[in-house]
Design a protein around this ligand. Sequence first.
Ligand code: AHR
Length: 678
Amino acid sequence: MKTSIKNLLKFETSVHPFRKMAVAVAGIFIVTTSFGQNNTATLDATQARYRISKYIYGHFTEHLGHCIYGGIWVGENSTIPNKNGIRTDVVEALKKIKAPIIRWPGGCFADEYHWKDGIGPKNQRPTMINTNWGGVTEDNSFGTHEFLEFCEQVGAEPYISGNLGSGTVQEMSQWVEYLNSDNVSPMTELRKKNGREKSWGVKFWGLGNESWGCGGNMRPEYYADLAMQYGTFLRNYGKNTLNKIAVGPSDDNYYWTEVVMKQMGTSIWGLSLHSYTWGNNETATNFDEAKWFGMLQRTMRMEEYVTKHAAVMDKYDPSKSVALVVDEWGAWYNVEPGTNPAFLYQQNTLRDALIAAINLNIFNNHCDRVRMAAVAQLVNVLQALILTDKEKMVLTPTYHVFDLYKVHHDALMVPVDLKTNAYTFGNSSIPALSMSASIDASGRLNITVCNTDAKLDQPLFCNLKGYKPSSVTGKIINANALNAHNTFDKPDRVKITDFAQASIKNGNIEAKIPAHSVVLLQIDGVFEGRKAMTPPQNIKQGLNFKVYEGQWSRLPDFSQLKAFRTGITNEITIPDNIPATNVGIVYEGYLKVDQDGIYEFSAISDDGSKIEIDGELVVINDGLHGMVEKTGSIFLKKGFHTLKVEFFQAGGGWGLNVLMASPGSEKKPIPSNMLFCQ
Ligand code: AHR
């Protein structure tokens, strides 16, 4: 972490729940919010370092109520328009918001799910009792093939949660083989027999769900041992590397994070966090201002949870190699009257739009550590984006927030220093504004801001550093009642409309953010950050490399060590004839890019590696592990930039692939005509 990064969270009233945290976490993060200064935000594009992973905009589906059956799956013979049994209207809606990743089959259901029951001819699939969710009979007609077909139709990546609670190591390991192997093997043959020739290459894998509760009531010490055991037998097939996600804590259970990180460290791709915002004995639609305020205040605790869990993770993973995956979040109210209490069906109002916007702003602002999330749940359950009733479908206010916020997918997060007014209700106050900002691949600055205040409009002044605006446009989600919601009869009460109350003044942005609204400001202009450099005159093709010897479990400070071999290479690959254990390599030189834009880099390595551009850490994949991929992005101006790649290998298998995606192209090894050295 660079010293230029600012302190976080200096709330200045005595009533806010974040206040204590400010003391505990000072110095570790990049977004500042404080009260009482008439809504001034400083957006510093010169400090943009981290990419907002599109996976933050992920979804969760479970065999629960009408999420899968009726919500996604209607069967091939249904009169409801479908493709291979999957609702066409739902797929189209998800394509529009570019849904990037979908988690399945649970939730609590995942730890009782036996995947072999859900493959093969439908009329031969056994039934089971869904003991978690109403004791209904599950006929397994939606299984592995149907879920992956759904993901393919949407264009989303699958994230599968394996059964660690009541399954076996062999069962989980065979599932991975069934999904990902193209070798000759019993599982590959079984998949082919069931109609799928080519492997799917599933990447994201959950090692159980809520193992501290419905997933087995385990202690973290026991869970971490078990997850290590299961994880060992989940293999990488072909070029696919599996990103394993361990069960993490709920809410403020920092002890769980401490133990699991201590035991599992960087052997995992991610650690999950579940945190729901609970209603105060109310349905989604039936509330007053006190309950509006209460929900928003409670949902803002996500800031505290993410910050404190990230601080614990920093102890065991200072280079932020492991992602915090908030794969269950959202509002949880009493069910709609007259519906099955076990089906968790609730409506969705303007208040839920604010809840979604606040949480997504928090995740964006913490994108150095939060690299995946999933709102619970996608259709017909809890804070759903979509509600269905037989052939009818309606998009909720939460859906519209995901639509508005899709501009942040894979964009560069711009740190925001926000001095916000307080929204006070009774004896309590919360920030009136919540905000995040990013620069997208085209260089456009997108600011999302919501006004939590139920009554007052809020002025906003954005002081832009490193970005010269030329035009500003806007969009807004708002309605004339706090509990406004969309129904099958009136589907457009809450929707996105144009917003014109923003302007440019002296190179900065001024706006008026209406009460209880979510606003997107889109600013075109020139991003002045990260200029290209003038390279030394005597440069030539290739990168310098140096080879070191040593025993490490993390990347050492190579500048303090003496290399035993040096050379020049045209590609970033492990040089021939070097020892296969206890070895480190540093590649250094210049990268020449031929256009301005966001460049994405991947370091796929066994063991640790990292990539730095212009002295900034872009990808970190440190620690002892198998072939694991880590990615990062950076906005580069056309021209030369310094490039440094570090790698070490302790023992066992080893490998290093460094890939780059130029704006608008696929990721591939960095072409040799872009690499230079002295
Ligand atoms: O989303 C509903 C349930 O909430 C999930 O099954 C479980 O993981 C969580 O407790």
